[in-house]
Design a protein around this ligand. Structure first.
Ligand code: HEC
Length: 217
């Protein structure tokens, strides 16, 4: 996968398709900045969740940690979505809370193939300019790896009280049976393209090998 070559051609295609409409045209540089901002957001989101999870596991064990995952994870996603104006969430082919939409399902299936073909985990990301509800959007996904600690609630041998608690909160849970190194799911970000990239998310000089995008206000 060569994301920047792909995005450059996608940008040209989009510019052609949207010529004559009121929609914004997206330069390949802006796409790159949107990718970088998405990476930053997934890193922060991932670190926050990990911090909450580890703390809860140490303090109250898995039963308390389930509550944290149940309440804090959606809250943090909601907060970050509000701050950025994007839709930021997690999903999975075997979801606990949030099933994938068609676009996400295809990307997740593609991640499985790429992983099976030997692509390293940290490279399993994808972005595309597409449409959602009739509006142009930039979408980004990044795979989330199953680590040993995840097996307590997503593995094959879940302790009965933990399994029971999960069943109570998520009667349709599919998110078990994972092994270390599996793709547990992915971060998913939908950025509306009718709004400029939030200023705070633009890379500062030195962060990239390209000059920053001048602010458009
Ligand atoms: C203490 C139990 C517990 C542990 C440990 C745990 N999770 Fe979860 N996980 C949950 C719960 C509960 C949810 C549902 C959260 C919600 O309601 O949004 C969840 C949801 C998810 C989701 C969202 C997709 C979906 O299935 O709805 C991902 C991705 C995920 N977990 C990954 C991980 C990873 C990776 C680890 C290890 C680093 C991990 N989890 C460890 C309980 C746990």
């Amino acid at each position: 996968m060569k994301p920047f070559k792909v995005t450059a051609s996608v940008a040209i295609l989009l510019a052609t398709v949207l010529a004559g409409c009121d929609q914004p045209t997206i330069s390949s540089r802006e796409i790159r900045h949107r990718v970088e901002a998405s990476r930053d957001v997934t890193k922060i989101f991932g670190k926050t969740l990990k911090g909450h999870l580890q703390q809860a596991m140490q303090q109250g064990g898995p039963l308390q940690a389930i509550e944290v995952c149940h309440e804090i994870a959606p809250q943090r996603a909601e907060e970050m979505s509000r701050k950025t104006g994007w839709d930021i969430h997690r999903t999975s082919l075997k979801p606990r809370r949030t099933p994938p939409d068609n676009w996400e399902r295809q990307v997740l299936e593609e991640f499985e193939k790429r992983k099976a073909a030997g692509e390293p985990f940290e490279k399993l990301e994808f972005h595309q300019i597409t449409e959602k509800n009739g509006k142009p959007v930039f979408r980004y996904m990044k795979a989330i790896e199953t680590k040993p600690i995840c097996l307590v609630c997503h593995g094959k041998n879940i302790a009965p009280p933990v399994a029971e608690k999960i069943r109570q909160l998520y009667p349709n849970d599919q998110a078990t049976g994972f092994e270390v190194g599996d793709i547990r799911g992915a971060f998913s970000i939908v950025q509306p393209l009718d709004k400029p990239l939030p200023k705070t998310l633009k890379p500062t000089p030195g962060q990239t090998d390209e000059p920053p995008v001048p602010s458009r206000q």
